[in-house]
Design a protein around this ligand. Structure first.
Ligand code: NAD
Length: 339
């Protein structure tokens, strides 16, 4: 049984902890948090040993009545691997703690790529990361995960001459009342191309991809407008089949009448998904169009959860000899990925 510590128990950390707990070969060694807020209380209620991420905050946990199992060092010692889910930039500071205990660690996409020895997406480069013996690995961001999951199979099947994507990004997560914009549409970043294309190249180094970002007043999901110039001609139906074969791509059927992310989230909740999570890329089947070698489609990406199965696979890639296909099947089965 792999013992997995989760440092940072917010949007991503709480989902990673639950996903780890659902795996037959893993258990949660504990979680670490800085603040004894409602999420710390929920972690305790779920039975995860709660650690104070900073020694000077330990009294605050006592005052709040959240039992503390130890500090961050204790959690790292208890763990075979730590999944760092702290806010962007903190993971880089934490690497020294993990190294001090010789404990492998995963980092999230908010960190710069150089925080780790390798970046990871299961569909793009599981085998390379597993073979590299890298012990510090960054799971790429929600948007990069969403792009990699479709561009890898398209490149394998048809060859990608050039991919272009406009990422219409949610302003903040539903639990972030301080984010925005409230009433605007922002080129974000205003410089073109955006950093997302180079981030795809951390897991698919040879792929030609340019991206632009726009941030809008929405919280539910990101929406990608994707245009790929293929190396060979393809029928739209064949592309749809290629994407249907991907276990982490959900081809949204036209007759489902899904207008946008609000319907997708409602569907996930109706399906009984935890937190209404959508671990899969949601590609509108009707949007898939090909003109010559130019492919177009829309996909929605649930930023809070698409990286969660990727973190589980990255744990196996770093800590075990499990092969990519086996890990993905196991992760999907344990979580219930796929509609
Ligand atoms: P979050 O703010 O929801 O959660 C971070 C948690 O870490 C909070 O519970 C916070 O209290 C805690 N924390 C803060 N400082 C800490 C410290 N020093 N030690 C331990 N815990 C600390 O953030 P998030 O959205 O879960 O993002 C975490 C990482 O995942 C970031 O790198 C982010 O870029 C990346 N990511 C976020 C999303 C998303 O949409 N939310 C998607 C993909 C990747």
């Amino acid at each position: 049984m792999l013992r997995v510590g989760v440092n940072g128990y917010g949007t991503i950390g709480k989902r990673v902890a639950d996903a780890v707990a659902a795996q037959p070969d893993m258990e949660v060694a504990g979680v670490a948090k800085t603040t004894p807020n409602f999420e710390a209380e929920a972690a305790h209620r779920r039975g995860y040993p709660v650690h104070a991420a900073r020694e000077d905050r330990r009294d605050a946990f006592d005052d709040a009545g959240v039992p503390v199992a130890g500090d961050l060092d204790d959690l790292v010692v208890e763990s075979d691997i730590v999944v760092d889910c702290t806010p962007a930039g903190i993971g880089a500071e934490n690497r020294a703690v993990y190294e001090r205990h010789d404990t492998p660690a995963l980092y999230q996409g908010g960190e710069d790529a150089d925080v780790a020895d390798a970046s990871f997406n299961a569909r793009a480069n599981y085998d390379e990361v597993a073979a590299s013996d890298a012990e510090h690995v960054r799971v790429v961001s929600c948007n990069t995960t969403g792009l990699s999951r479709v561009l890898a199979p398209l490149d394998e099947q048809y060859g990608v001459e050039k991919a272009r994507a406009t990422l219409v990004r949610r302003g903040g997560d539903p639990s972030q009342p301080d984010r925005g914009p409230i009433n605007d549409i922002l080129p974000d970043p205003v410089t073109v191309p955006s950093h997302h294309g180079p981030d795809v190249n951390t897991v698919l180094p040879d792929l030609a991809v340019d991206t632009m970002g726009v941030t809008v007043p929405a919280t539910l999901m990101h929406l990608h407008s994707v245009n790929v110039t293929l190396e060979t001609e393809a029928e739209a139906a064949a592309v749809a089949e290629t994407l249907t074969d991907e276990s982490r791509v959900f081809l949204v059927p036209g007759d489902a009448r899904v207008a946008g992310p609000a319907h997708l989230k409602e569907y996930a909740q109706d399906a009984g998904r935890p937190r209404g999570d959508l671990w899969e890329n949601c590609v509108w089947a009707e949007s898939i169009a090909v003109e010559g070698r130019d492919l177009y489609f829309f996909q929605a990406i649930h930023q809070e959860s698409d990286v969660v199965p990727e973190n589980v696979d990255a744990i196996r890639a770093v800590c075990t000899d499990t092969e990519a296909a086996e890990s993905v099947v196991e992760t999907n089965r344990a979580l219930g990925v796929g509609f």
